[in-house]
Design a protein around this ligand. Sequence first.
Ligand code: ATP
Ligand code: MG
Length: 566
Amino acid sequence: MENTQVQDMEEKGGEVISRHFIQREIDKDLKEGVYDHVCTRFPPEPNGYLHIGHAKSIILNSSLAKEYGGKFNLRFDDTNPTKEKQEFVESIKRDVEWLGADFGDRIYFASDYFDRMYEGAIKLIKKGKAYVSSLSAEQISATRGSFSEPGTDDPDRDRSIEDNLRLFESMKNGEVEDGAMVLRAKIDMASPNINMRDPVIYRVAHMSHHNTGDKWCIYPMYDYAHPVEDAIEGITHSICTLEFEDHRPLYDWVVRELEFENPPRQIEFAKLYLTNVVTGKRYIKKLVEDGTVDGWDDPRLVSIAALKRRGFTPEAIRMFIELSGISKSQASSDYAMLEYCVREDLKLKKPRLMAAIDPIKLVIDNYPEDQTEMLTIPNNLENEALGDRQVPFERELYIDRDDFMEEPPKKYYRLFVGNEVRLMNAYFVTCTGFEKDEDGRVGVVHCTYDPETKQGTGKEMPRKVKGTIHWVPAKEAVKATVRLYENLVDEEKGVYNEDGTMNINPDSVKVMDNCMIEPAIAGAKPYDAFQFVRQGFFNVDCHDSSDDNLVFNRIVSLKSSFKLPK
Ligand code: ATP
Ligand code: MG
């Protein structure tokens, strides 16, 4: 946990609420009258799908707006015409909505501000604060200096305002080739902060833009565009990640020189990193493009679309973001904590059914062949509101392969020849023998039951047994496919190979296509989630499942390595 040292504890009505440093900064701004309201934004670049890291920014920004009775904007930072796609715009909107962040009708596109950004550039030129440079990108970076050396002045630095206006106009009119000229802010070539050494603020790029088409052949650079976007929208607190800390002086310079009233201020926080998963749009994109995973919403990924498909809930993601805290110091959150959150969220909400994921037959030899008893079983012992269901009990059942052993080790309390166990919600059975298939694997286990041990009759059990196993009635069982997931990468084994490729876990998905589930599962629809007792939480896959063959994703197993810190 990374957050404790930077959080304040505040007492409100007897309840102790911890406040993170951004809340304290906003409190201070409101108290000192710097702002009289709060407006935040989430500014994704529509060049890929959102991931769990973005969820942190979305939840942080939207919760702050809500907490202070302010507004939260969704703004597509689409100033770079090369990479953007409508597909990503749609998916981002969907994901932000799904997370429950309320942007109302405040969806904006940075490209809608291109005119104002252009006017801003003219204003800077007129103030003598920007100039057209003919240096190439390489020359600009070669003359930028280093941490110890100041930069060298651009030969065009003292061009006249008139010439700058004329040249910038011809850049805009398409008379200049890509890369032949740029507009640079005139700040300080000797600044200790390299970002302030006359940064490029406009470049020429003869490219169509998904929103503005061919209207523009000059495009603003991020460090210029972003503060202008924020200021135009009346953002008060522009919250971004730590890598922009060194860019803050430039942010402040832009809003000051453009003379925005009540300009926004930038506050940085540490990115969310998760152990043992692939975050970072670029890396996810690569896995999608090279076919390692089957799309942006492959359930092994931590894109929001993948988490949704896999059965994670917005509530679980929020809980996780809250537990991981807001701080300025970089740290990784444990993937197991995300799993803990989804278990916590689902455990009372979802019915608990019995499923044999790797089934073998269990035959109760002394149970009458034509008899069926309907057992009434509560759907969730910890939540009566979920009601109960009828499950047929009969002579032939399925159990999980793991629940029988030919040669049991010590402390194995499940089925082995001579041992008695409880069939969950039903009877005690004693194992009498087993049969193997042609391939040498156990196929059928035999047992006898004791009619005096029926559960739920109120009668005291004649004796105790140590093991309880789940079962599925063979005749009524619904056959289904279950996909068991493991992490794509393992930090202990190394995320990257020597050649720079990713070291992908070859067993990241195991497909079990002969699972047997009790009949209550019939009719389950995409995204419906269940606990399969003793095994974990599973949901119906939204792409691959059909009424004829249900396909489930394991959201998370029941076992946990994570303990909530005290
Ligand atoms: P990536 O680092 O995955 O390539 P990005 O930063 O390029 O993502 P943007 O679309 O620019 O993606 O991000 C939109 C917002 O999300 C930015 O304000 C960015 O700071 C924030 N963000 C991105 N990654 C994280 C993260 N891991 N934790 C918290 N916020 C993040
Ligand atoms: Mg980015």
